[in-house]
Design a protein around this ligand. Structure first.
Ligand code: NAP
Length: 374
C-alpha cells in the first residue's frame, strides 16, 4: 500500500518537510505525464538521489506508479465532514470531501443555533457557511457530486469511491452522510410537497407570513420551527402526538411565552387542498374527535432517519435504527472506515458532529501512520 504523505513523513521527518517534499513529487509526477514514465523516473532519481535516503526515492517511485488519489476521502460535507476534512489536511493527509448537495447538511435549515460555543445565537446557514469557508482554506470540497458506491479495491488495502462523475482511490474513508427528514406518512403528504408542505421553516417560512400554518412534532426541531414561524408572523399551531413535548425545557418555555397554540395528543390524518394546501384533518387520540381546519402551510418536523445506503452497501455494522456503530475513536467494523456526525446517532448536535469529525480524521491519521511504519 502506498501511503503518500505518511511514507514521506517517515523518510524526511517533520510536517514542514512533508509538505515541501510532496510538492516536489507532484511536480515530478506532472513531468512524468508530459515526458513519459521512464524520463520521469530518471528525473526523480537524479533530483532526489543526493537529498534523500534510497528508500525514500523508491517510495516516490511507488507514488508515481499507483492510482491512489487520496489518503482520506470524507463523504458528506455537514459540520462533521467539514471538520474531518480540515483536521485531516492539517495532519498532513491528502484529503477530499465529496458532498451530494451543498455543504452544511441539515444545520443549514436550523433557524437559529444557540448552543454552539462561541456564538450566543447564529443562523444555521450562517454557521455552516463560516465552517465551509474555514474548511475550504484547507481541503477541496466537491459539491453536487453524489457518492454512489464504495468498494474495497483489488489492490490491497485501498478503497475506491465511485461518484456520479468520477472515481477516486483512497486509503481511508470517513462517512459523515448525516440524516434526512422523516416522512409523516399522512394522506396528501407526497401530493402537496412543495405546494404548502415543507420540512424546513427557514427555507420556506417566508411564503407563509400572516397565514395559518401547522408544525407537526414535539422535539427540539419542531419547537424551533414553530418559534421561527411565529416570529416571522405566521399563525402557528403545533400538533403533537403526546401530551408532553420532547424538546428541551428552555425551548418549551420560549414556546409558551410566544403563545404558540398546541394541539396535544393529536395526529394529522390528512392534508387537503387544490393547487396548494388548504386544510388538515387532525385526530385527537384522547377524545377520539376528528377535526378539519384551514391551513396554508404544513411544516413536518418529526425527526430524522440516517442516510445509510453506502454504509449498508459496504457491510458496515449499524444499530437497529440504522445508525452506524462507531467506537470512541469513530472507527467502524471496517478497517480504515470511520463514521462521524448524525449518521452515528446519539446526541445529534452540531458541536458533537464537529467533535466526531475531528476524532475520525485523527484516528485515520493514526491508523495510516501505524500502517506505514509496519
Ligand atoms: P426528535 O427529537 O426525534 O423528535 C421527533 C418528534 O417528532 C418527537 O416529538 C416525536 O414524538 C415526533 N414524531 C416522531 N414520529 C412521528 C410521527 N410519525 N407522527 C407524529 N409525530 C412523530 O427529532 P428532532 O426534533 O428533529 O431532533 C433530532 C435531534 O436533533 C435530537 O437529538 C435533537 O436534540 C437535536 N436537535 C437539537 C436542537 C437544539 O437546538 N438543541 C435543534 C434541533 C435538533 P414523541 O415525542 O412522541 O416520540
Amino acid at each position: 500500500m502506498s501511503l503518500g504523505f505518511l511514507e514521506k513523513a517517515r523518510s524526511v521527518g517533520g510536517p514542514d518537510a512533508i509538505r515541501t517534499h510532496d510538492l516536489r513529487l507532484v511536480k515530478a509526477t506532472s513531468f512524468q505525464l508530459d515526458h513519459g514514465p521512464i524520463d520521469g523516473v530518471i528525473l526523480i532519481f537524479i533530483r532526489y538521489a543526493s537529498a534523500y535516503k534510497i528508500n525514500s526515492i523508491f517510495m516516490g517511485f511507488d507514488i508515481m506508479k499507483k492510482e491512489k488519489d487520496y489518503d482520506l476521502i470524507v463523504v458528506g460535507a455537514g459540520p462533521a465532514g467539514m471538520t474531518a476534512g480540515m483536521y485531516s489536511v492539517r495532519s498532513g493527509l491528502e484529503t477530499l470531501v465529496v458532498e451530494k448537495g451543498i455543504g452544511g447538511g441539515l444545520s443549514n435549515e436550523a433557524p437559529v443555533i444557540e448552543n454552539y460555543p462561541g456564538f450566543k445565537g447564529i443562523g444555521g446557514m450562517e454557521l455552516a457557511e463560516k465552517m465551509k469557508a474555514q474548511a475550504a482554506e484547507y481541503v477541496a470540497i466537491k459539491e453536487l457530486e453524489e457518492v454512489k458506491k464504495i468498494e474495497l479495491s483489488e489492490k490491497e488495502m485501498e478503497l475506491v469511491v465511485f461518484t456520479e462523475k468520477d472515481s477516486y482511490v483512497t486509503n481511508a474513508v470517513v462517512l459523515s452522510t448525516g440524516t434526512k427528514h422523516r416522512r409523516l406518512g399522512a394522506k396528501g403528504e407526497a401530493e402537496f410537497l412543495g405546494r404548502g408542505i415543507s420540512y424546513c421553516a427557514t427555507c420556506d417560512g417566508f411564503f407563509f407570513k400572516g397565514k395559518p400554518v401547522i408544525v407537526v412534532g414535539g422535539g427540539d426541531s419542531a419547537v424551533k420551527e414553530a418559534l421561527y414561524l411565529k416570529n416571522i408572523g405566521c399563525e402557528v399551531t403545533l400538533i403533537h402526538r403526546r401530551k408532553k413535548l420532547r424538546a428541551e425545557r428552555y425551548l418549551q418555555k420560549n414556546l409558551e411565552e410566544a403563545g404558540v397554540h398546541i394541539l396535544w395528543n393529536s395526529v394529522v390524518k390528512e392534508i387537503k387542498g387544490d393547487k396548494a394546501v388548504r386544510s388538515v384533518v387532525s385526530y385527537d387520540k384522547e377524545s377520539e374527535i376528528e377535526d378539519e381546519f384551514p391551513v396554508e402551510g404544513v411544516f413536518i418536523s418529526i425527526g430524522e432517519e440516517p442516510v445509510n445506503k453506502l454504509a449498508a452497501q459496504m457491510g458496515i455494522e449499524m444499530d437497529k435504527n440504522g445508525y452506524i456503530i462507531a467506537d470512541k475513536s469513530q472507527r467502524t467494523n471496517l478497517e480504515r472506515v470511520y463514521a462521524a456526525g448524525d449518521i452515528t446517532g446519539g446526541v445529534r448536535q452540531v458541536v458533537v458532529a464537529c467533535a466526531e469529525g475531528a476524532i475520525a480524521a485523527t484516528s485515520a491519521y493514526n491508523d495510516l501512520l501505524e500502517l506505514s511504519t509496519k
